[in-house]
Design a protein around this ligand. Structure first.
Ligand code: ADP
Ligand code: MG
Length: 657
């Protein structure tokens, strides 16, 4: 509650008796100036007394008031006297100006003397008393007038004050309304602000959490930064060291570049030198081969197999070479006892000793690798561009196939010349790749049986049957020969060659069922066409390497009766003999430099014509059985081989006998 309002309320409580007093002294003047409420007050004092508080609220009681009306103390008896006097007075004064209504006051008592009732006759005394009383009333009336005047003034002031207070009150009410409105607005605003504050507080707490996280993160980052700074310092130190090393390396690089340039020049020179040396090596190698003989003959005696009769001790002898026992043998002696010849005394003639000399003789214990070592030089010649022909000649069962292809089974020790030669070729070609040479190889494998050529690499429906092939020139005017219907398979590794040899064996096995032991009655020709190229120098070389497993050289026993089967056999044998003798004749003709070389007399010589003669290298293995029972065929083979061995093809043979 405002302070002013409280003050008003407090004053109202105090003022209540005054109002009552005022109501006892109704003033004509004041009655006119009262408001409607005050009028009602006067009319219905009892009624209004209950709500009189509201009517008097506008009276300013803070102002000093006039002296309150004092009523003289009265007693019960006095009041009665006074009342009667008033009644009397009112009658007396009725013609006078009516005094304002005043409450009946006790008549003043004469001081020190109790008024007694005058006798009726004492009119003078009574008059006197009445005059006295009138005088007192007049005085009293004057006092009351003064009081009344004061009260009117007070009332005026109070009314003025009430008016002012009313104005003030309405102003205050307006202000209160305004303040209330403001307060409501303030409340609303406060509500909004509170919501806002709580929102901000929430945000604040979130921000605080975030801040904490950020602070934590900042700490971590600071830690990280310190670590990174340490690392950076380290890196900088290292970088400085590296830069120093780099600058020295750069200087070194410059030196090295200069050195490299001079080395490159040197290398080119060396390359030229190397090439010159390679050409020289080829020339010398070829010269060496020619000095060794373009036709060489090696004799190989197979061991006695299990179950075969052991020959007598002096049957086969291998005398040491000129340099003693360490020298590889080149001679072979075969002793033959002739029962038909007898001495005069009738005692059996001493065995005839037949001595043979070859480029090399391999006794029965010789291993496959030893044999190959001797011919590896020829394989090198093939890579250098010289045609090479290697034959295995001998009777059936003397070890030709063993020498060319290898022993039974997968034993690598028993591998024959063909797989070993191919492996050697591949590895040397690989080495020469470093010198700029690129080699390619194409293989074919055919057999010549009864003067017909068949493909041993045939597959599918042709497998085993081996549709007939023809030997033709590769093109018009070309020297190169090719076998029609035969497969020419490019090879680049041992595995591929093994697969081809396996296929050839299968083809032979199938054919064997149709014709008895045809393999021994036919020539098998493995041909490898070698092509080399030195692209940088624009050089090319190409030559065939021929590995030939000849048909059994045995003759048919003339004493045998000829049945229908034997007749076929005879025809086969004649064909074989014919082709083998043609081979001998061709070699002779080449050796004798005859104008006509009878290549065409057999399919074998016809097929091999480019690998025989000229700069071609030829090697013949003569395979010999160690058995005494085969001595006749062994002698035949050795004689044929000796003839070949005496041949000279190409340049003069220096070391040939
Ligand atoms: P060919 O082909 O001349 O008819 P083979 O090569 O088939 O003769 O040989 C006949 C048999 O003798 C085969 O069982 C073979 O394994 C064996 N043989 C041949 N030469 C040797 C040798 N040097 N060492 C061991 N066994 C051999
Ligand atoms: Mg054979």
């Amino acid at each position: 509650m405002p302070v002013e309002a409280r003050r008003v309320k407090g004053n109202l409580e105090l003022k209540t008796p005054l109002v009552k007093a005022s109501s006892r002294l109704p003033l004509p003047g004041s009655r006119l100036k009262r408001g409607p409420d005050q009028m009602e007050d006067a009319l219905e004092p009892a009624k209004k007394r209950t709500r009189g508080l509201g009517a008097v609220t506008k009276v300013n009681i803070t102002r000093p008031r006039g002296p309150p009306l004092r009523t003289a103390p009265q007693t019960h008896g006095q009041t009665a006297v006074y009342n009667s006097c008033v009644t009397c007075n009112s009658l007396v004064l009725r013609n006078q100006k009516p005094a304002p209504a005043a409450p009946a006051a006790p008549a003043p008592k004469p001081a020190g003397k109790k008024p007694g009732k005058r006798p009726a006759w004492d009119l003078k005394g009574q008059l006197y008393d009445l005059n006295e009383e009138l005088k007192r009333y007049r005085e009293k009336n004057q006092a009351l007038d003064r009081d009344n005047q004061q009260l009117q003034e007070q009332l005026k002031e109070a009314q003025q004050q009430a008016k002012t207070l009313g104005t003030e009150c309405s102003t205050l009410e307006e202000e209160l309304t305004r303040v209330r409105t403001q307060a409501e607005q303030g409340q609303q605003e406060l509500g909004h602000l509170r919501a806002h504050v709580s929102e901000i507080e929430e945000q604040l707490s979130t921000k605080e959490e975030l801040l904490q996280e950020l602070q934590k993160e900042q700490l971590e980052l600071q830690e990280e930064r310190r670590a990174l700074a340490t690392r950076l310092e380290e890196q900088e130190r290292r970088q400085q060291a590296l830069e120093a090393a780099l600058s020295s390396s750069q200087a070194e690089v410059v030196c090295l570049r200069q050195e490299t340039a001079s080395q490159a020049t040197l290398l080119a020179e060396r390359g030229d030198q190397l090439h010159g040396l390679e050409m020289e090596r080829r020339r010398l190698h070829n010269q060496l081969q020619e000095l060794k003989g373009n036709i060489r003959v090696f004799c190989r005696v197979r061991p006695v197999l299990a179950g075969e009769p052991v020959p007598s001790s002096g049957f086969l002898l291998f005398p040491p070479g000129p340099a003693g026992p360490s020298d590889p043998p080149t001679c072979l002696s075969l002793s033959r006892s002739d029962d038909r010849r007898a001495t005069l005394s009738g005692a059996p003639a001493p065995p005839t000793r037949h001595d043979f000399s070859f480029d090399r003789v391999f006794p029965p214990g010789s291993r496959q690798d030893e044999v190959f070592e001797e011919i590896s030089m020829l394989v090198q010649s093939a890579l250098d561009g010289y045609p090479v022909c290697i034959f295995a000649y001998g009777q059936t069962g003397s070890g030709k196939t063993f020498t060319m292809e290898g022993g039974p089974g997968e034993d690598p020790q028993l591998e024959g010349l063909i797989p070993r030669a191919l492996r050697h070729l591949f590895s040397v070609a690989q080495e020469m790749n470093g010198q700029g040479w690129t080699y390619s190889f194409v293989a074919s494998y055919v057999e010549i049986y009864n003067e017909t050529v068949r493909d041993l690499l045939a597959t599918g429906t042709r497998k085993g049957q081996g549709g007939e092939c023809e030997i033709r020139r590769a093109g018009p005017g070309s020297e190169e020969l090719t076998v029609t219907n035969a497969r020419y398979v490019p090879v680049s590794c041992e595995k591929e060659v093994e697969a081809l040899l396996h296929l050839a064996r299968q083809n032979r096995a199938v054919a064997r069922t149709a014709q008895n032991e045809r393999s021994s009655r036919s020539h098998s020709v493995f041909q490898l066409q070698i092509s080399g190229e030195h692209a940088a120098r624009g050089l090319q070389c190409g030559a065939p390497l021929n590995l030939v497993d000849l048909a059994g050289s045995e003759r048919l026993d003339p004493g045998l009766a000829l049945g229908p089967g034997e007749r076929d056999r005879l025809r086969e044998t004649q064909a074989i003999n014919s082709s083998l003798s043609t081979l001998g004749l061709v070699i002779m003709a080449l050796s004798n430099k005859e104008s006509h070389v009878p290549y065409r007399n057999s399919k074998l010589t016809y097929l091999l014509q480019n690998s025989l003669g000229g700069s071609a290298k030829m090697l013949m293995f003569v395979n010999i059985s160690p058995l005494e029972e085969n001595v006749s065929e062994s002698l035949n083979s050795l004689r044929f081989a000796s003839k070949v061995n005496q041949c000279v093809i190409g340049t003069a043979r220096a070391n040939k006998k």
